[in-house]
Structure formats: structure tokens, C-alpha cells
Design a protein around this ligand. Structure first.
Ligand code: ADP
Ligand code: ADP
Length: 231
């Protein structure tokens, strides 16, 4: 039983744009699947349909064997972490407070929420003693991205969705973040779906790579080794 199963999923926007066309995709437990392809071929739309930030026009979404297509999207998102390129940190809250918002939202005490936030900052390589009291604009792009990952992990979701998570940082930092994230993912065993337009990132990071083509169609879905052997 895969962790995520998309069956015949499609999205036509109200203006008639077909962003995703009858797509089937399965992601196994603990697997890191990468959606890759040129701009405008439906990667982000597909990712956002998984947590119902966008409502699919056709098809079904199963998560952990459960058909969530018609479940309350707000409740659904609690089980799914979401990381985007422009990490939406609260600019007027310090770093620890930014991460604490999630456990506080789920009813944890301030003390437990702070403890959890500090553990997570440590986990993503930011010493809370040094960085916890800073404001987002006092961190580098790469550090802000780590805070975004910490916050996405704060609810301990089994599934993480990442949309161009390393896109905003310079190439050297990007490679370091990619490596660190892979290590973290291996340790935590999260199921991850990551969107990128960078084929190098896709083959470096993916257990399986979904290659999107024009018109929101899936051209290939294979391991990096298979893709490199039969491009
Ligand atoms: P990608 O992530 O691969 O760049 P997107 O999923 O963002 O692609 O977009 C797929 C297609 O849907 C593109 O043609 C895009 O212009 C279109 N699209 C995205 N969002 C909307 C929207 N809200 N309304 C209409 N068309 C949209
Ligand atoms: P990275 O390699 O992660 O991109 P940078 O070279 O951008 O890091 O930043 C190096 C150091 O400078 C980091 O420790 C960061 O915390 C600090 N720094 C960056 N921007 C600011 C700022 N506006 N105020 C205070 N410290 C900053």
C-alpha cells in the first residue's frame, strides 16, 4: 500500500487552462518522489492538489489508504507538511516563535511548544541559542529555508510536500541543504514529494522521478538510474 496514490487526477482552471491531465502517481512510504519538468507543465498544481490547496477537477487522492478527495482540506493539511521557496515566516516574530506557532496551534503548552521548536531548530542545523532569538531578516536565505523545514516538521506529519524548496538560495548553499535534507529524510522516514525544474536536483534527490511534459502529462516515472539509462 503506497502512502500517496493519485488516480486519474486532473485540473482545469476556470479560464480553461488544462494544468494537469489524468495523472496516475504512487509514492511509497518513506519514499522521496521528485516532480520535475519545464515551467508551466503542472508540477505545482499537482503538488497543491495533494493537500487540497487546489481542488482537483477529476480523479481521486488517497493518503495512507484513505480517500481524502472529499475530506475537509483544513483537517487534511494537519497531516501534511508544506515547504515553499518563499518560506512564509512571520517577519515580526523571532525564529523560535515562528516554529512554536505550529505546536501552539495544536494546543500544546507554551513550554512544550518552545521545547519542540528548539529541538527542531537543532535538527535542521540551527543552534536555537544563536538563532532562536533572531528575526527572519537577520538570517541568510539558506537559514530561513531551514526554519521553513523545521516549521513543516513541527506537526510531525507523515507526508512532506516541498515546492522548489532550495530554489531561492545560491548553488553552493543549495547543494549543502540538499545533502542535509536527504540525511534528515532518511532518519525521519518521511514520505516526501518535491517539485523542482532542476533535473540535477531531481536525480540527486529522488528515489523516483516523475518527468512532466507539456499539458500536465506524465512522460516518465522511474528511478534516477533507469532515467539516466533510458533518457
Ligand atoms: P509548474 O509548477 O510546472 O510551473 P503550474 O502547475 O504552476 O506549473 O501551472 C500549470 C499551468 O496552469 C500553467 O499553464 C499555468 O499558467 C496554469 N495555471 C497555474 N495556476 C493557474 C490559475 N490560478 N489560473 C489559471 N491558470 C493557472
Ligand atoms: P548562507 O551560506 O546560509 O547563505 P550567508 O553567507 O548569507 O549564509 O550568511 C552568513 C552569516 O551571516 C549567517 O550566519 C547569517 O546568520 C548572517 N547574516 C546574514 N544576513 C544577516 C543579517 N541581515 N543580519 C544579521 N546576520 C546576518
Amino acid at each position: 500500500e503506497p502512502m500517496i496514490r493519485l488516480t486519474g487526477i486532473g485540473k482545469t482552471y476556470p479560464d480553461g487552462t488544462v494544468a494537469v491531465h489524468e495523472l496516475d502517481l504512487e509514492v511509497g512510504r518513506g519514499e522521496l518522489a521528485v516532480l520535475v519538468g519545464p515551467s508551466g507543465c503542472g508540477k505545482s498544481t499537482t503538488l497543491k492538489m495533494i493537500n487540497r490547496l487546489i481542488e482537483p477537477t477529476t480523479g481521486t487522492i488517497e493518503i495512507d489508504g484513505d480517500d481524502v478527495t472529499r475530506r475537509d482540506p483544513v483537517e487534511l493539511r494537519r497531516g501534511i507538511g508544506y515547504v515553499i521557496q518563499a518560506v512564509g515566516l512571520f517577519p515580526h516574530q523571532r525564529i523560535t516563535a515562528n516554529v512554536m506557532t505550529v505546536p501552539l496551534l495544536y494546543g500544546e503548552s507554551k513550554r512544550t511548544a518552545r521545547q519542540r521548536a528548539e529541538e527542531l531548530l537543532d535538527l535542521v542545523g540551527l543552534d536555537p541559542k544563536t538563532y532562536g532569538g533572531r528575526y527572519p531578516h537577520e538570517l541568510s536565505g539558506g537559514q530561513r529555508q531551514r526554519v521553513g523545514v523545521a516549521r513543516a516538521l513541527a506537526a510531525d506529519p507523515p507526508v512532506l510536500l516541498m515546492d522548489e524548496p532550495f530554489g531561492a538560495v545560491d548553488p553552493v548553499v543549495r547543494v549543502r541543504l540538499q545533502e542535509e535534507f536527504l540525511r534528515l529524510q532518511r532518519d525521519l522516514g518521511k514520505t516526501v514529494v518535491l517539485v523542482t525544474h532542476d533535473i540535477d536536483e531531481a536525480v540527486t534527490m529522488g528515489d523516483r522521478v516523475a518527468v512532466f511534459a507539456e499539458g500536465g502529462r506524465l512522460a516518465q516515472y522511474a528511478t534516477p538510474a533507469a532515467l539516466l539509462a533510458h533518457p
